[in-house]
Write a protein that binds this ligand. Structure first.
Ligand SMILES: NC(=O)c1ccc[n+]([C@@H]2O[C@H](COP(=O)([O-])OP(=O)(O)OC[C@H]3O[C@@H](n4cnc5c(N)ncnc54)[C@H](OP(=O)(O)O)[C@@H]3O)[C@@H](O)[C@H]2O)c1
Length: 252
């Protein structure tokens, strides 16, 4: 199946490591022209070189903290100056933020700023150009909605769901779709270093919680992104798709 992604301009946030890096590689392999964004510019440069070596068109790399107040306008202006428009926006940058009940205010604010406000701002910054072209694909990488405890990222991702559903009803008439992909446990920097360190603990977690019996790979997310980014996914919007090996327990 041709996903018709050749030549599309795709902005992917959080591309220095993990899921976002793999999404960028897969969209580039499908022929898209990439914009790479994260704070660690040196990692973006290695990805840029890797993509160019594989024959992809030269990506634009923007080293930026997406929680900075000017991030959304700076990214939009650089992308539009380079390409004039955007076809695909993948809001991937984010991360888990388990917090104690007496966590300071700024810990909550940082988590909401990264996992919700930055997503909303960047999307709205690109909406006028998508509306003008009557076409666009927006994909949010979210996370579980079954809290195991207090985690500010869960609250922020829940806000993404409510915002994205509402927005889907406003922008459908312009040929723009917005969907969310919720990873379960995907092997990435934050999972390996912080959340589930150690093979033995991961194996135990997988046995206890994941019906297919193993953690996912970033490619498992990237395949789903490639489909939702395609013109072929025109009739899917306002949805949440769980990519979690069956970890989510609810039928609906
Ligand atoms: N892996 C999982 O199992 C899992 C589970 C649930 C949800 N998720 C979600 O999936 C997404 C990707 O997660 P991951 O596991 O791949 O995480 P990761 O390995 O920690 O990568 C996170 C990416 O986001 C970027 N990022 C973080 N803060 C940023 C900021 N302030 N400004 C710009 N970029 C920033 C990081 O780059 P820099 O550090 O270079 O800025 C990095 O590229 C996140 O939204 C996460 O919440 C993942």
């Amino acid at each position: 199946m041709d996903l018709e992604l050749a030549g599309k301009i795709a902005v992917v946030t959080g591309t220095s490591v993990g899921i976002g890096r793999e999404i960028a590689k897969m969209l580039a392999a499908e022929g898209a022209r990439l914009v790479l964004i994260a704070r660690r510019g040196e990692l973006l440069q290695t990805l840029r070189q890797e993509l160019e070596k594989s024959g992809a068109a030269a990506p634009l790399a923007i080293a930026k903290d997406l929680t900075a107040p000017d991030a959304h306008t700076e990214v939009r202006d650089k992308v539009l100056a380079a390409f004039g428009y955007i076809d695909i926006l993948v809001n991937n940058a984010g991360g888990s933020r388990p917090l104690p009940i007496d966590a300071p205010e700024d810990a909550w604010e940082e988590a909401i700023a990264l996992n919700f406000t930055a997503v909303r701002r960047l999307t709205h910054a690109f909406l006028p150009t998508m509306i003008e072209r009557r076409s666009g694909r927006i994909i949010n990488i979210t996370g579980t909605s079954e809290p195991r405890g207090l985690n500010a990222a869960y609250s922020a991702k829940a806000a993404v769901y409510a915002w994205a559903k509402g927005l889907s009803r406003e922008i459908g008439q312009f040929g723009i779709t917005i969907n969310s992909l919720a990873p379960g446990r995907i092997l990435s920097e934050q999972i390996v270093n912080r959340i589930n360190p150690g093979d033995a603990s991961r194996d135990q977690f997988a046995r206890d919680n994941i019906p297919v019996g193993y953690f996912g790979e970033p490619q498992d997310m990237a395949y789903a992104v490639a489909f939702l980014a395609s013109p072929k996914a025109r009739y899917v919007t306002g949805e949440i798709v769980h990519i979690d090996g069956g970890m989510r327990r609810f039928a609906f």
